[in-house]
Design a protein around this ligand. Structure first.
Ligand code: ADP
Ligand code: MG
Length: 477
């Protein structure tokens, strides 16, 4: 029997040496008989010969308890404070097994993960799951690792990067080679640099990436982080555009004003000439008079539309305004062989607050674009509803030639036009004015199927949505 147990202890110490958990064998007084490598690596040993010397707790009672406990039942677990390598004291779980025949105890320890280990895991998690494309580069310039965003950022496999030199990244920006090379020189010099540059997938698909690189002295590695800033850049451009639009507006207003003054003089002289005019010349003077009136009305229209910001704020029904504007474009639609359908409109309750002249122009621009996108047989369908609480929604759909996603991205950019006689200012005007009214505009389009513009305005009636069908009027033109 005894022989057998001693043999078992031999096996156990053998197994102990093979485990990565710290383990030790000691006698009932705590005298250490054997410790494994992990025990020496994790705990501060410096010549200690008794297991009790490792415990920082007031251990006297705990030790007696532990020994009497394990004498009764075979296994027992205790929590003890132990000084770990790196001078950290931590709570360690100690699992004891007692071998009665040889009066020896085996202990296995569970050391909690160190903060450093945890931090490392957190960094790895952040690296893997970041929204940014991340690249780790060795001190000698070899790419060591990249996270999974290599596909969405560059549509390239991981192999394209890992093991290659930093040149592989420079090559991705062939139009900005010099800029990127200088950028990395700056990183070398200062340990940090940031740049925003264009990444051209193809002519119609350009992204803007912000590249931030940091040199970490401790690990002697470079960390590159790339963020997609395409949206922000587009926003900035739009903002710059809306500024330029209001400048154009102010210019137009002052020009209109300047033309009006000499016209008043002209008009006065025509009236003077009329006094002494013969019947024959009177005919011509009347024509001049009428033409001057026409020019005046065009100028007034221009003045209304070019005035920056909101003119006069009133509360009006968007549904009624839509019906009015449909009447305006109806003759043109008829001529082009296009039908107009006005669906499910709530005329009375679609009240919004704002400048109705500007909204008129917004509607005209949207209707005009829709009609211009269609060939005879097409249909322009327009609805106004209150389906979303607190909002008035306008939809303008056509069955025209539609747009691909690259065109859709550009429609609000000033001067973007695909028409030989287009100005490319219609939709920027639409966007600017809808935003000035606290609204939004979105576009959905499919090539050869058609386009839908959805515009929302804050309702003047607050959040109460009226859905009484009696209030709705269905109107087909
Ligand atoms: P313009 O009409 O002078 O070209 P816009 O700013 O009104 O300027 O429109 C810009 C461009 O957006 C148009 O040239 C056209 O390519 C596209 N677009 C606008 N509306 C539509 C639509 N309903 N269907 C297809 N393309 C459209
Ligand atoms: Mg237009």
């Amino acid at each position: 029997m005894k022989y057998k147990t001693i043999n078992v202890m031999k096996h156990i110490t053998f197994l102990l040496d093979d485990t990565i958990r710290p383990g030790a064998v000691f006698n009932l007084e705590g005298g250490l008989l054997h410790v494994n490598n992990s025990f020496c690596e994790k705990f501060v040993t410096n010549g200690k010969e008794n297991i009790k010397d490792f415990f920082i707790n007031p251990i006297i009672n705990l030790w007696d308890d532990a020994i009497s406990n394990i004498k009764r039942s075979e296994n027992k677990t205790f929590e003890v404070n132990i000084r770990l390598v790196g001078n950290r004291v931590d709570v360690v779980k100690m699992h004891l097994a007692y071998f009665e025949d040889v009066q020896q105890v085996i202990a296995l320890f569970d050391v909690p993960q160190s903060i450093v280990d945890k931090a490392e895991k957190t960094y790895i998690h952040a690296f893997r799951n970041s929204d940014s494309f991340m690249v780790v580069i060795d001190r000698d310039g070899t790419i060591y690792d990249v996270n999974d965003l290599h596909t969405s950022y560059f549509n390239l496999p991981k192999d394209y990067f890992v093991g290659k030199t930093v040149g592989a990244i420079v090559k991705l920006f062939p139009n900005d080679t010099e800029l990127i090379v200088n950028y990395f020189k700056e990183v070398n010099l200062y340990g940090f640099a940031e740049i925003t540059t264009k990444y051209i997938r193809n002519v119609n698909d350009v992204s803007y990436y912000q590249i931030t690189t940091l040199y970490d002295c401790e690990s002697q590695t470079y960390l590159i982080r790339m963020n997609d800033r395409t949206e922000e850049m587009a926003m900035e451009k739009r903002l710059a555009h809306s500024n330029s639009l209001s400048t154009i507006g102010e210019l137009a207003a002052s020009i209109a004003h300047e033309i009006r003054n000499p016209m008043t003089t002209l008009k006065g002289f025509v009236q003077l000439l009329k006094i002494s005019a013969t019947a024959d010349t009177m005919k011509y003077l009347s024509v001049i008079d009428e033409e001057i009136d026409r020019m005046e009305s065009i100028l007034s229209e221009m003045l209304i539309l070019s005035k920056p910001g909101l003119n006069e704020k009133t509360t009006f029904s968007l549904g009624v305004l839509v019906a009015d504007m449909i009447q305006v474009v109806y003759p043109k639609a008829l001529m082009d062989g296009i039908t107009i359908t006005q669906k499910d409109n709530i005329l009375k309750d679609s009240l919004i607050v704002g400048d109705s002249d500007k909204i008129k122009q917004v509607l005209l621009n949207l209707f005009k674009n829709a009609i211009e996108a269609m060939t005879p047989g097409g249909n322009l369908s327009i609805f106004v509803n209150l389906d979303s609480p607190g909002k008035v929604i306008l939809g303008v759909s056509d069955t025209g030639k539609g747009m691909d996603k690259y065109q859709v991205k550009k429609v609000f950019i000033p001067f973007f036009t695909t028409k030989s006689d287009g100005s490319g200012l219609g939709l920027p005007f639409v966007l600017k004015n809808i935003e000035e009214h606290g609204g939004t505009v979105t576009v959905e389009s499919k090539v050869d199927i058609g386009t839908t513009f959805i515009v929302t305005f804050p309702s003047a009636m607050g959040c109460t949505s009226v859905t009484d069908t009696a209030e709705k009027r269905v109107l087909s033109l």
